[in-house]
Write a protein that binds this ligand. Structure first.
Ligand code: MOS
Length: 728
């Protein structure tokens, strides 16, 4: 019996193609007759384009066309339900933010298109943009979440009657996804059929959006993203750049490629919006919560964007408390569109909550782990639904032990190593676990492989390897016999979007269903096909085992059987959806972070020394990829805490628009990260017990760092990132 590959370390099935450079990304397609486009972007923060001079660009070498609001490409407006950009580029002369697309230059080479784009000038009527969250005043309420104990008139009253209160206000600037692959699109029309090569997290949904925006039938657009170089939320929607590229290809009757520069990705594509938050905690003297209030003001650009509500899935579920109020507001600014970015609301939200909890621990003198255990929730405090499977207490215990939490001194500035102040901090993590209805296809091939496909995407998460591992397990075959297919909207419908850490949770049951259905189809062919050695047998007497079809003492491997029957393949589609009874539970992943930092006594330089995190994520499919996801996510947390911020200037310009200015952790910033997970399959989410784990690692990693910095220095930094100037 082949041991099950589930839970073992499996190398990525797409690894060799990626490291050898043979994996094609969107910009690697070179169809016959290809021409190249380059964007022109607005250089003012708000206003109106009064006129544009394209004459020098049109006369430049190799230029084929220059599109502007005065010579637009036809695009339909986004549907009212669409929550991304709320306008179509080039359809009007309004400038909503600095960096908005106001032109597209097409030329015979990418360099000539870029050079000609630099020759386009625009004349603007300028209105001062609104860019400051602090100055913009109160935002628009997004729906209050509130539960008060009987007889309690308001959250303020509950706080006022609490023996101990803590108020913590935190803020953070815009952040950027900066996926390794810059946004790129190659659009090819053959008659009225469009093929778009562009990175996407949700290929089928994106193909449907492109069809709607271009005004063609949904079936006429195929999106291919066999490889996608990072998503993190930014590749969930379709942005104006890809739509214009496809529209230009239609207009010109030839394939067009548009590759954004790194700088353009910062503005033409959404960022994580700036947000300011206040947590108020009321507690008994022993730290037991009586009230929790979470207010936020987030950035919502006039041009549209993702609505950040940082407490909804975090403060509203995390701790037991009789009184709770989550009030989330959004403030309209003239900034580039926002979009969800890895752990989009949860990372900021839990930074706020877990910083406040650390302040409560300091105020009450209760150890931070003990404080969290005293407020442990077995059901969510607002709706009262039980968690499907929660072992966070075990995460605290195992994490504290692996890390050596007992060596921490509660008194700040009490441990040093030469000129370095040493501190320890911890924080809890929580992230929603959810399952989308999903489909997959399994196909026995006469060359001995099984192809398993789903219309989802693998933007580097390891999703294709998950498909292969699960199919190998289900069909009792080596992982090497499975070919995984993702990143194509033409795959069977029902492929899920690669967001919300939901692909593994959703597709594992679908792949299992597809494999079972394919085995049934293979057996049925074997008894129905007159050329089969099993022809005419009762299907109940025929069985599939480890790649072989067996009955009456005969055993034939499936490729031999397929060839005998003259069939190149036998396939089936399987679908799976969450059980109705699941709505009785709240599904979440949990984790506990423990972190040690050092802060230089003289320079204030903060460094993360070591990190230990323990997670409760259900069953793990691929231990190697899971570790990669969790470690990578914690590294994002280091960036969140110490490095990542892009303030916006009063004229609407981002202060940073390159990877030289916008800092993310490099290897020298990244310590040894000890990641561990409990082996606790979720009994209610699916038969396999798998929950996703893409985002949980990032949540609260920044809070653990901030709490450790406080323990090292006695300084509490509320405005991220924690930079050395704030520690002196
Ligand atoms: Mo992620 S922000 O759920 O793509």
């Amino acid at each position: 019996m082949t041991p099950s590959p589930i839970g073992r370390r499996t190398d990525r099935v797409d690894g060799p193609a990626k490291v050898t450079g043979s994996a094609p990304y969107a910009a690697d397609y070179r169809p016959e007759g290809l021409v190249h486009a380059h964007l022109v972007q607005a250089t003012v923060g708000r206003g109106e384009v009064r006129g544009m001079d394209v004459s020098r660009a049109e006369a430049a070498p190799g230029v084929i066309a220059v599109f502007t609001p005065f010579r637009p490409l036809p695009l339909n407006p986004p549907s009212p339900q669409h929550s991304g950009e709320n306008y179509s580029a080039l359809q009007d002369t309004a400038v909503r933010f600095r960096g908005q697309i106001i032109g597209l230059v097409v030329a015979d080479t990418a360099e000539r298109a870029r050079d000609a784009a630099a020759l386009v000038t625009a004349d603007y009527a300028v209105t001062p943009p609104r860019t400051s969250l602090a100055d913009a005043g109160p935002g628009v309420p997004q729906g209050l979440v509130q539960k008060l104990a009987p007889g309690t008139p308001s959250i303020d009253a509950a706080l006022a009657s609490s023996p101990v209160t803590v108020t913590t206000s935190v803020s953070q600037h815009a952040q950027h996804h900066i996926a390794m692959e810059p946004h790129a699109t190659t659009a090819v029309w053959v008659d009225d059929q469009l093929t778009v090569y562009t990175g996407a997290q949700a290929p089928q949904q994106a193909a449907a959006t492109i069809a709607a925006r271009l005004g063609v039938e949904p079936g006429k657009v195929r999106l291919i993203c066999r490889y996608t170089g990072g998503g993190f939320g930014q590749r969930s929607p379709v942005w104006n750049e890809a739509l214009l590229c496809a529209a230009a290809a239609r207009e010109l009757g030839r394939p067009v490629k548009l590759v954004l520069s790194r700088e353009q990705v910062f503005t033409a594509i959404g960022h994580r919006g700036a947000v300011r938050q206040t947590i108020r905690l009321g507690a008994d003297a022993d730290g037991r919560l009586r009230a929790l209030s979470h207010d936020s003001d987030g950035e919502l650009p006039a041009a549209g964007g993702w609505r950040m509500m940082p407490g909804r899935e975090t403060s509203a579920v995390m701790y037991r408390t009789p009184n709770i109020r989550i009030d989330q507001r959004l403030v309209t600014l003239d900034t580039p569109p926002t979009w969800s970015m890895r752990a989009p609301a949860e990372a900021p939200g839990m930074f706020a909550l877990e910083t406040a909890m650390d302040e409560l621990a300091a105020r009450t003198g209760v150890d931070p782990v003990e404080l969290r255990l005293r407020n442990y929730a077995t059901e969510d405090p607002v709706e009262g639904r039980r968690f499907s499977s929660k072992h966070l207490d075990e995460c605290y215990r195992v994490g504290a032990q692996r890390f050596g939490w007992d060596r921490r001194s509660a008194r700040p500035r009490s441990r040093t190593d030469g000129d370095w102040l040493i501190g320890m901090g911890m924080a809890s993590a929580v992230y929603i676990a959810w399952r989308q209805p999903a489909s997959a296809r399994a196909r026995f091939l006469d060359d001995g492989h099984v192809a398993v496909g789903s219309g989802t995407s693998d933007p580097g998460t390891g999703a294709s390897t998950v498909l292969a591992v699960v199919a190998a397990d289900e069909l009792e075959l080596p992982v090497g016999s499975i070919t995984a297919e993702v990143g194509d909207s033409a795959l069977p419908p029902g492929g899920v979007g690669a967001y919300g850490s939901s692909v593994t949770t959703s597709t594992v049951p679908a792949v299992q269903a597809a494999c079972r259905a394919a085995v049934e189809a293979l057996v049925r062919s074997a008894v129905d096909n007159p050329r089969s050695p099993f022809a005419g047998l009762d299907p109940a007497s025929v069985r599939y085992r480890r790649g072989r079809v067996e009955a009456r003492g005969r055993s034939v491997d499936f490729p031999t059987l397929l060839r005998a029957m003259g069939l190149p393949h036998v396939e089936a589609v399987g679908t799976a959806a969450p059980d109705q009874s699941a709505s009785r539970y709240r599904f979440h992943c949990f984790g506990a972070h423990f972190c040690e930092v050092r802060v230089h006594r003289l320079t204030g330089e903060p460094r993360v020394n070591r990190f230990t995190s323990v997670f409760d994520v259900g069953r793990v499919v691929n231990a190697k990829a899971a570790r990669g996801q969790l470690v990578g996510s914690i590294i994002w947390g280091i960036g969140h805490a110490l490095l990542e911020a892009d303030p916006i200037e009063p004229d609407g310009r981002f202060a940073a628009a390159s990877m030289a200015d916008y800092l993310v952790p490099v290897h020298a910033d990244t310590p040894e990260i000890d990641v561990h997970w409990l082996d606790r399959p979720d009994p209610h989410i699916s038969e396999s017990g798998v929950r996703g784990l893409g985002e949980i690692g990032m949540i609260s990693a920044a809070a653990a760092i901030g709490n450790a910095v406080y323990n090292a220095t006695g300084v509490r930094v509320h405005d991220l990132p924690i930079t050395l100037d704030k520690l002196l």
